[in-house]
Write a protein that binds this ligand. Sequence first.
Ligand SMILES: *Cc1c(COP(=O)(O)O)cnc(C)c1O
Length: 371
Amino acid sequence: MSAKITIPFFNYPRVYTDDRDAFLEIFDEVGKRGAFILQKDLSQFESTLAQYTGARYAMGVGNATDGLEFGWMSIGMRPGDEVIFSSHTMLATAAAIMTAGGVPIPVELGADNLIDPDAVEDAITPRTVGIMPTQLNGRTCDMDRIMAIAARRGLFVVEDAAQALGSKFKSKHAGTFGDASAISFFPAKVLGCLGDGGGFLTNDYAIADKAWQLHDHGRDMDGEVRSWGRNSRLDNLQAAFLLHRLKTYDQVVARRRAIASIYQVRLGDMPELQLPPAPDSDPDHFDVYQNYELQADRRDELKEHLRINGIGTLIQWGGKAVHQWERLGFQVRLPKTERFFARCIMLPMNVFLSDDEVHYVCDQVYSFYRG
Ligand SMILES: *Cc1c(COP(=O)(O)O)cnc(C)c1O
């Protein structure tokens, strides 16, 4: 290969440019109808999302962070209530607990890099009210274990499924196991819109009813004011874009899984790397590969080598687990998580990549370790 390829970690313009004609048509059609807030495109998207995930209720929200907060508010969180979460997650997970009035309690990740159920058990106190598993990188936790702990200890479960639309554990969709969940439609997410957006899922009518009020000024679905609320509605225009994109979402998932398979075949034998599980390597899991996050020896040097060769990589969450942001006041040490953060890196993983580009990334990883 002669010319130097430049492979950005994520190509934001292409979210728009790859499907520009369709987006322009939707914009024009929705705009001419003046259908900006709480219109039929949104309700259609909500029912399609419910159908797709198998959740009884789906509601568009301004972003996933708000949706997660509504989850905890809807179960009646009180000040001092503790919620256990994995520190390998976005700050938003912990922030949603905090802004709902609770206390976020970070715990370790397990062998699968998702929340460790044993660490959850150990962290339960008389003040614990809930568990907040993050369905990270497009993989769903072992929800049998999480739900068993929750049932035994009488805890609520709100899933952070921001990265996991379409991901399944034992054929059940991420976001449909617990009391509520939220999915993100941030542009770089598996299903992205052209701005901020989120989805709230629940199987419980009382929670759906409460969350609806929270996201629309305290009004219920009939417009009657029942409580204090705020405004965190998903824009109707974004919902129309998402409805369009959801139609071909299965192809997106298939492509991401195909890229993961290439990485597995090309890099799976390298002792310097610990790759995420390959597609179909475990019949209980169906992963959608929001990210391709691995652990690597000499991680920082690898990152620099890839950069010099035109490949963008990312270390998740700005390189720190939640509890490592000192100004937030966490007092814990989580050695496994901290070790992970000294080694983790994400390779490009998105539908804009060609096979040649994925192979080029593999070539460069290989040449870094083997010269
Ligand atoms: C993106 C993300 C969020 C936040 O989603 P927004 O829609 O941007 O609010 C929360 N948790 C995780 C794990 C995420 O990846």
